[in-house]
Design a protein around this ligand. Sequence first.
Ligand code: FPP
Ligand code: MG
Ligand code: MG
Length: 329
Amino acid sequence: AALALPVGDEALAARLVERLDRVEEALAGHVRSRAAFVTETASHLMEAGGKRFRPLLVLLAAEVGDRPDADEVITAACVVELTHLASLYHDDVMDEADLRRGADAAHTRWGNHVAILTGDFLFSKSSELTAELGADAVKIQAQTFTRLVEGQILETVAPQPGEDPLEHYLEVVAGKTGSLIATSARYGARFGGASREVEEALTAYGEIVGSAFQLSDDILDIASETDESGKTPGTDLREGVPTLPVLMAQASTDPADARLLELLAGDLTDDDRHAEALDLLRKHPALDEARAYVIARATEAKQHLAAVPEGSVRDALEAFADIVATRSS
Ligand code: FPP
Ligand code: MG
Ligand code: MG
């Protein structure tokens, strides 16, 4: 595998690549079913690509401890990727998204029932594997699932009267994405043999990096083209899912934004209105405002790395936070 992270220390980079290959090989086995059709649906998104961001974070966090090469570290990396994969099958049904990782979303090929059940299949595989890591890991996995689901449900409801829409949205983001990325860092630290203090610091780092990751994703929904992101641009916008740039644009009181605000308040499933809103958002200062916000979150995340000894592993964790904030795919 190629490393999607600038790592100056070549020996560290080589270790990470070697372990990512082990994760990949193990994942290929975990998505297999006794039923050939289920193997086909469950391996579909894994084979379509993906950045393996969560496994990489597990492996990186494990490098802070004294047994980064432990089998449990590889297992934990598989657990978080399988959970993530499961959530994507469900997410694309809920978002009515037709493209994922440059491939057909599962529901467009096999229908909603198969897509949802394949997500369930992958989540059970993940749970089965978590049991190998012990009761504490199972509990963490269950708590993470709770937060994922809560975040996803909150996304479907409007903020309470008096609640700040941005605050509401940040809570959604922390739940639906921050939680699993925080757990990736926690599992890596724990199974790699880091101290409890370092585990807590890396978990706090992961939580913020995870939110920043989702907020970057929000920006890409507006700013990127399909060939970069492997998704259809403006999907969140069409579905009426509030995202950071949209919330920031909606806070504008500039009369020049009247048309954009009118479009955002109306039906964006209409193709012409959707195209016009997307075009106006792409030129809007809210996009740069959102980017600056995400970079500030990455800076905040890096402050938690004070608990990690200085050196190439800490440098790589810093680089990880930086690329999350500035990613283009
Ligand atoms: C992607 O967000 C979705 C998530 C990060 C989490 C979705 C969580 C669930 C569906 C609940 C958990 C379910 C299981 C089976 C673990 P997005 O739609 O904003 O991003 P996208 O642009 O990648 O679609
Ligand atoms: Mg989605
Ligand atoms: Mg979604």
